[in-house]
Design a protein around this ligand. Structure first.
Ligand SMILES: CC(C)(COP(=O)(O)OP(=O)(O)OC[C@H]1O[C@@H](n2cnc3c(N)ncnc32)[C@H](O)[C@@H]1OP(=O)(O)O)[C@@H](O)C(=O)NCCC(=O)NCCS
Length: 333
């Protein structure tokens, strides 16, 4: 018989608070048209995007995370010292080590929480949320701060017609803590590494070892292949998450898909046969695609505008570079 004492966590976990930060600078499509041959009409009709935010030098990954986290902590009604783990999901923090989570944890005035970064592209928030739920239920942390943050403007080739208009910057954060009832459903997640070439960074950092290439790396994608995969495969994953939570589309109040492209969102709404009453996040219109930050940013905005309310049942699904995905049903904080 094992001599090891079992760890003791909470029966269940929930999202207790959410916060977001969008950089001050709002960038309309007109600015994008300075570097690519396109039109405002084309960008709006193909992606839904009208404006996005680009970070200034001062709006670093850490600075944006701290702003979003401060709001999430206040919203959850806890203090920074109570946080037992900090998980930062990002692909646009440019130091391999140490993890930016440690600096963020320190600057937030937490105690000595576990702190680490994860890389799961646009599914990063769902991955972080799933880890956080596990930590709370397993007992390794009572409260977990999950941050999705990106400065994708640093990784955008403004001359690439397939991506120049897509990406934006920002940070979203949630506090995950104990619950007496299940308020984060089972996660349906996975990866399809055979498609890893469809969204990727152009140059690896390795290329800089022997003298810098003349261009900073950027994210490229095979737009149509990603679009088809998202539309056909991700609707199935979203349905599996509903099934795993034991609910149907009729039971949903809110749908918060990754804000990649409004046409992907429309297609998923149709395939899932979401009823009229379900509020659908369309934050992509004014925030663009902020990868790991997109779901918590959209969640925060829906709650702030009153389009969604605390206690609503929401389906969240993220998908992107890897290719990776994660879908879960949650109760909104
Ligand atoms: C990027 C995306 C909007 C492009 O839309 P699309 O309909 O697939 O566009 P295509 O690449 O097939 O090009 C269609 C036409 O538009 C043109 N075009 C491409 N980019 C253009 C641009 N920025 N402006 C104007 N025209 C453009 C092409 O030249 C092509 O013209 P043609 O028909 O005369 O040959 C779309 O593929 C997409 O959203 N993909 C998923 C992106 C995404 O969400 N990625 C992140 C996932 S995490």
């Amino acid at each position: 018989m094992s001599k090891i004492k079992p760890s003791q966590g909470a029966p269940y976990a929930r999202i207790m608070g959410v916060g977001g930060y969008r950089p001050t600078r709002v960038v309309p499509n007109e600015v994008i048209l300075e570097t690519i041959d396109s039109s405002d009409e084309w960008i709006r009709s193909r992606s839904g995007i009208q404006t996005r935010h680009w970070a200034s030098d001062e709006e670093t990954v850490a600075a944006m995370s701290i702003e979003a986290s401060g709001k999430a902590i206040a919203d959850a009604g806890i203090t920074p010292e109570q946080i037992g783990a900090v998980i930062v999901s990002t692909v646009s923090h440019f130091k391999q080590t140490p993890a930016i989570a440690t600096e963020i944890a320190d600057r937030l005035g937490t105690g000595k929480p576990a702190a680490f970064d994860i890389s799961a592209g646009c599914a990063g928030f769902g991955y972080g949320l799933t880890l956080a739920k596990g930590l709370v239920v397993e007992g390794s942390a009572e409260y977990v701060l999950v941050i999705g943050v990106e400065r994708l403007s640093d990784l955008t080739d403004l001359h690439d017609r397939a991506t120049a208009f897509l990406f934006g910057d920002g940070a979203g954060a949630v506090i995950v803590g104990p619950s007496k009832e299940p308020k984060i459903g089972p996660t349906v997640w996975g990866s399809e590494g055979d498609k890893s070439d469809t969204i990727k960074q152009t140059e690896s950092w390795e290329a800089y070892r022997n003298g810098a290439p003349d261009k900073f790396p950027a994210i490229t994608q095979e737009g149509q292949a990603v679009f088809r995969w998202a539309v056909f495969e991700m609707a199935k994953v979203a349905q599996q998450a509903l099934d795993a939570a034991g609910i149907t589309a009729d039971d949903l109040d809110v749908f918060i898909p990754h804000q990649a492209n409004e046409r992907i969102i429309d297609s998923m709404v149709k395939t899932l046969k979401l009823p009229e009453h379900v509020m659908v996040a369309r934050d992509v219109r004014t925030t663009g695609n902020t990868s790991a930050a997109s779901i918590p940013l959209a969640m925060e905005r829906l709650l702030a505008t009153g389009e969604a309310k605390s206690g609503d049942t929401a389906l969240v699904i993220g998908f992107g570079a890897g290719l990776v995905y994660a879908a879960t049903v949650v109760t909104l904080p």
